[in-house]
Design a protein around this ligand. Sequence first.
Ligand code: 1HE
Length: 260
Amino acid sequence: MTHKEIAVEFRGEAEQVAVIRLMRAAKRNALSDGLVLGLRDVFMNLPTSVRAAVVDGDGPHFCAGLDLSELSERDAAQGVLHSRMWHEALRQVQFGAVPVVAALHGAVVGGGLELASACHIRVADSSTFYALPEGSRGIFVGGGGSVRIPRLIGAARMADMMFTGRVYKAEEGERIGLSQYLVPEGHALDKAVELALRIAENAPMTNYALMHALPRIADQPADQGLMTEALMAAVAQSAPEAKFRLQEFLSGRAAKVSKD
Ligand code: 1HE
């Protein structure tokens, strides 16, 4: 599946990592409807060789959010459908086939932050800044931001960003949980690919559990979460690959945990 504003390239000896890059730098990778649908299609049609993905943005900014030039004469019903289109596209990112690492730099704003927050890991370089300018544009988030962003930083911080136009710089973003990694300017893609290659080595059922069970367990009441955890743990450990990996450790052939 190809799209004129999305480049897809593969990394790793077995092409196990897909790098998916927004290619609309002249418009700061603003997400037009076509681009949102293109992202959905790319994530739905990744080759079976792919075990992890990276999302990147061409040019100095990751993504300027919704393409504001398209936000014109929508009525309420069209607005609902538009938001639901974003939800479906970003569902394919969060609950698609493989874990996704976002390589952030420059502006990660509005719908760009909604896209980043649908990814499983965020790596930011020091040029990154985060904002939710919806508040000052007279609109609300519509790409899943009100669900996903509070789970990263809390509803109070998200409300502050929208009430006051607060912009978080890269270091603050890492401190409050917008990114899990902070790297020097220009190094986000390399770090994201390194992490994706590492993720691609995991047993598929482990990655599946982290993508599909963990966020649902986190949303369940504790008692139900513990039951779901037990079921997921039993499924994961019964996979042949899990048995093989445990044997490798017990016979001294697998890497130990190391702090270096
Ligand atoms: C755009 C967009 C856009 C840039 N839609 N065209 N998002 C925002 O409110 C953020 C709006 N953008 C900005 O604040 C700035 O553009 C940036 C901080 C991201 C980058 O600044 P800069 O100086 O590098 O670029 P620029 O000169 O502002 O923009 C370059 C071009 O991109 C220019 O077009 P040109 O034809 O004059 O060259 C801009 O108009 C265009 N551009 N951002 C359309 N967002 C599911 S609901 C989600 C709701 C939201 O995401 S609301 C938040 C929208």
